[in-house]
Design a protein around this ligand. Sequence first.
Ligand code: DAH
Length: 446
Amino acid sequence: MRPLIRSACRLRARVRAMATLPAAAAFSPSSSAAARPPRLTLALFFLPSAPAPAALGARALRTSASAAAAAAVDVGGVKIAREDVVREEDPTNNVPDTIYSKIGLQLHRRDNHPLGILKNTIYDYFDKNFSGQFNKFDDLCPLVSVKQNFDDVLVPADHISRSYNDTYYVDAQTVLRCHTSAHQAELLRDGHTHFLVTGDVYRRDSIDSTHYPVFHQMEGFRVFSPDDWSGSGMDGTAYAAADLKKTLEGLARHLFGAVEMRWVDTYFPFTNPSFELEIYFQDDWLEVLGCGVTEQEILKSNGRTDHVAWAFGLGLERLAMVLFDIPDIRLFWSNDQRFTSQFSEGKLGVKFKPFSKFPPCYKDMSFWINEEFTENNLCEVVRGIAGDLVEEVKLIDNFTNKKGLTSHCYRIAYRSMERSLTDEEINDMQWNVREEVKNKLKVELR
Ligand code: DAH
């Protein structure tokens, strides 16, 4: 019924399933509708922002890693060096160089970048409607504690999103934030009552045109005191929910114009009730954001007993892909002028014009999996070799033989926008992928 939003359907299925499972909560950052861009099925083309290590071979890969070691990046005054984040020998660390290389780029702080343009347009809406009451944060450090990322927002201890398969761990206590909700508690404790937090977030995931292991979110938060709702005839929760819906409907109109909208009940650990906002746009229902009335426990633990609050979280890529017609999430990382020159400050919704077409090249690989095998681990290996030249990794065959061994066949799509990839280069890449998959994932190639 809604082919555009495969991830949404998946999420719904998972939410429904999880609601019946005592062990796991429904919040799953790895597939949250609020956060993830829609899975578009458009054909697309892209230009990698940096040469893919694959083209250079394994030796070059090591060299580029040590080059990265030389320079530390600065995020909001915090210096982050490679060795602070990538620790190959440490079993509690699963951050690869491809991820380290994205820290500090802060696409959302570039005023001529689609993500920066979108962020600024949302800022305008809040400035106009709340006369500057919302404090804005867009360079909070993406390295946060497990406590900030999960405990402070009540993500259950056994929740799947805490796994090494879903989240990048620097060590057992430190992660690359997987959502901007990680900053709610500290900002509340600092006394803020109205705030917007924009930042890069990190999740291990599969590979396709709408999934990239680094993307951007904006979190909104507003606290009410009893004086705010006492004359309204409503209780605090109802008052906050009504204000939340009015505020976010206004935001959706500000971004998309006069669109049809609907509210869908959902579940997040940090809000109750929780909702998703959907709009009818370009012939489909599109999930715009997740939100809700903040759990009392979060307010109480952070100095706001007797208050209520609302919160929302939205994925910037998800919205920007639709607003600017950007067909592949990798394009956001492109430094090619033919991409960057198409966007300018203050111009939301200028439609992106693809600048060249090169065909994808498909390579299949089959192997017997083992118990530890996960698709996220496979995708990490492929990205480590092919960088942004990998467009999609898709399971195309899956069977278990009489001995109980399970075989998977994955189809890898390689594509560059800049140029045609040569057969030789693709074969090299695929050969390297096969070697690494065999050695790192300990699977048996077929
Ligand atoms: N943190 C959620 C995610 O990453 C998004 C979200 C949903 C944020 C509801 C919120 C909220 O603040 O109230 O999927």
